[in-house]
Design a protein around this ligand. Structure first.
Ligand code: HGY
Ligand code: MN
Ligand code: MN
Length: 426
């Protein structure tokens, strides 16, 4: 027919005009943010606390209301399933985490879980059917703030950690992971890691300044940088801060300070993309007028390049032992977190990039600076991430902010990527 070609160009492809409901998404984000509120507008909803339990119940209720069935595995990972036309087809998983840092924001992780829920809600509204089932996921203890390491439960799911190791981890108060999970009532009956995935898509805020600085709305995440968490214990001698001559001191606190500076120098020597810092410090006895006899602190070093990551780890370990020797301190180092740089699935990366283009959103390829559950799930299924900017690149801070437009854009890209990967029927 004449004009067909012109008409076909004007007619949208099936689902092409689909968009999520931005107001409903934003309302859900604000509703979730009320659980485990921080003291400065953000959230303190640490894993396996009562607030985490409350958030899980709210999320589960929303999933039920969206017609999904909920499965929970023995690590508390939550899986809400929207049926596909082909129940035997491997599902498409989408999700992230609901736990937060002690001084966390409202969007880190939460946007990925509630954005995935919004995708399902939109599919329900529009009567969209997909061949593959879709599973919205909340991974337990992504942050690793209360129980190290980060991405603990997705790590068990991917076979990186044993369940026994994970359930034996303790927090600063000596509380045990497995007991806390049971206490909040979220030990599920599914065997962790038994589920098989066709693909996993994770929407997340960038947690860095690049997208905003470049004026891009969507980050197409091609890679994730690698990470080491090294827990260093320095042992010296507790003594009076007033009456002990300087030359007689065996000061573990001084050792920690010198090593912290060396970590910074090591990261700076591997620019432009290496990073390093000490974020958690436990000083004993932590009394104003006692020279620290023992300090336990965690070094966090990262790089997208394997060779740099390996070099930094060796340099930090060498520096720690050298400083300890200088000051006559005992020094032990435990590896409490690690993953190598991650390359996400190129086919899925192409789909995410295509969805951003189809929707007319500015976008750029980006390497994730933060670790995410997707970094582990990438070991067991084709995986990709979609990112949206955050204001001033700030995260892991109660002032973390995004705009409703950024949240909607990222979730629309997730929707269209999911439509393609889960295969729209009819
Ligand atoms: O540490 C991380 O990169 C993540 O936020 N858990
Ligand atoms: Mn996160
Ligand atoms: Mn985080």
């Amino acid at each position: 027919m004449p004009g067909d070609d012109r008409e076909s160009k004007l007619m949208p492809a099936p689902g092409e005009n689909l968009r999520i409901d931005p107001a409903r998404l934003w309302d859900s984000l604000m509703e979730m943010a009320k659980i485990g509120p921080g003291v400065a507008g953000g959230c303190n909803r640490q894993t396996l606390t009562d607030a985490d339990g409350e958030a899980r119940h709210l999320f589960a209720g929303w999933c039920r209301a969206a017609g999904m069935t909920m499965g929970v595995d023995s690590m508390g990972n939550m899986f809400a399933t929207r049926a596909g036309e082909d129940p035997g087809a491997l599902p498409v998983y989408m999700g992230s985490h609901l736990d937060t840092q002690p001084t966390g924001g409202k969007y880190d992780g939460v946007l990925g879980v509630l954005g995935a829920l919004e995708v399902v809600r939109t599919m329900n509204d529009m009567g969209v059917r997909t061949r593959r089932p879709i599973v919205v996921t909340n991974w337990t203890n992504e942050e690793g703030a209360r129980f190290a390491p980060a991405m603990l439960a997705s790590g068990v799911f991917a076979g990186i950690h044993t369940e026994g190791y994970a359930k034996g981890r303790t927090d600063l108060d000596g509380k045990v992971f497995g007991e806390e999970l049971a206490r909040i009532g979220w030990v599920g009956d599914e065997k962790v890691g038994a589920r098989r995935m066709h693909a996993m898509l994770e929407l997340h805020i960038e947690q860095g300044p690049i997208l905003e600085a470049e004026g891009k709305t969507i980050g197409v995440v091609t890679h994730g940088q690698g990470l080491w968490w090294l827990e260093i214990t320095l042992t010296g001698k507790e003594a009076h801060t007033g009456s002990t001559p300087m030359k007689m001191r065996v000061n573990a606190g001084l050792g920690m300070a010198r090593i912290t500076e060396r970590v910074h120098q090591i990261a700076m020597s591997h620019q432009p993309d290496a990073v390093g810092a000490v974020g958690q410090v436990k000083v004993f006895p932590n009394s104003r007028n006692v020279i620290p006899g023992k300090v336990v602190f965690t070094v966090d070093i990262r790089s997208p390049e394997q060779s740099k990551l390996d070099a930094m780890k060796a340099e930090v370990i060498r520096a720690a032992h050298a400083v300890a020797a200088e000051l006559g301190l005992g020094c032990s180092i435990e590896e409490v977190g690690h993953f190598d740089p991650v390359t996400f699935d190129p086919g899925l990366v192409k789909i995410v990039r295509g969805a951003a283009e189809k929707l007319g959103h500015s976008h750029m390829d980006i390497v994730s600076g933060a670790g995410h559950d997707a970094c582990w799930i990438n070991r067991v299924a084709p995986t990709v991430m979609v990112m949206c900017p955050c204001v001033d690149g700030l995260s892991h801070n109660e002032a973390e902010e995004i705009t409703p437009d950024w949240a909607a854009a990222g979730t629309d890209v997730l929707l269209h990527a999911a439509l393609e990967v889960a295969e729209v029927v009819g």
